[in-house]
Ligand binder design. Sequence first.
Ligand code: ATP
Ligand code: HSE
Length: 315
Amino acid sequence: MAVYTQVDDAELLAFLATYDIGDLLSCKGIAEGVENSNYYLHTSAGSFILTLYERRVAEADLPFFLGLMEHLARRGVTCPLPVPNRAGKPLGRLAGRPAVIVTFLDGYSVHHPEVAHCAALGVALAQLHLASADFPLRRPNALSVEAWRPLFAPAAARADEVEPGLRETVEAELDYLEQNWPRDLPSGVIHADLFPDNAFFLGDKISGVIDFYFACNDAYAYDLAICLNAWCFDEAHRFDMEKGAALLSAYRRVRPLDGAELDAFPTLARGAAMRFLLTRYVDWLDVPKGALVRPKDPREYLAKLRFHQTAGAFL
Ligand SMILES: Nc1ncnc2c1ncn2[C@@H]1O[C@H](COP(=O)(O)OP(=O)(O)OP(=O)(O)O)[C@@H](O)[C@H]1O
Ligand SMILES: N[C@@H](CCO)C(=O)O
């Protein structure tokens, strides 16, 4: 369960009194997610999500994230909308943390996506890229290739506790990625964390997308590579060609990929595997005391990285 910050009742009621969202009927910590503290709020006015932003979210980035959700919603992408408080501001403070209330989205996330889910995701991702093209704010990707070595270095000495040989694998791969990382690909605002738990479905159709707290400006094809890794491998971490083809062809029908994006894709897929391997690895070693969270296994992304190191071009 991702609840890092416990909120006491009196504080919560005082916070909610600054909003016009009815009377609180229940408040429950949410048993998913690893980044922020999330609570499900049921009030006399409906259902909402209360998020307290934790260690990876810089407060200065919140106008980008919240503005992006409003921008996408105006362009027909179903996503949570920040609820303004009585002073008209979406952002408040609770238990010492920046906090927002957002609208609740119907739908469910699929733990084991099928081919049809991957195809639906491809369409939704491409539509998200088109809808965000005229979003006026910018946020560089703080977790791109330049950030990976500094993230790994302080924790490198313990890598072999997780998997023998991990340190050498990561260091050699960082050498490769730093030398070969593609530049000047078509870019814009990307979601950057569109894993199956961040897409909601009703039937085979995507009913909404959540969790924009890694969104940033970067290559569109990198976002697609992140999704390929997150959606198109089986439980034994083997690539599923049919799911991969469904995701990529559905995406390309809405937003075609150019030659440079196709050439760069194998390297982007390696980088996308490295990014989640590293954040999972550092989180694995550093679970905050008292946090109710189940850290995600870095070895899953080591397996995906190894697949891409040997797979070469598969588009
Ligand atoms: N707007 C929403 N409507 C409905 N449920 C939501 C909404 N926002 C969050 N949730 C629920 O809360 C869970 C955690 O939310 P979220 O994914 O934003 O947390 P996180 O800690 O940032 O997670 P992640 O590990 O994916 O980064 C979701 O899996 C979902 O069940
Ligand atoms: N989606 C991420 C966690 C949230 O950043 C992962 O699975 O590692």
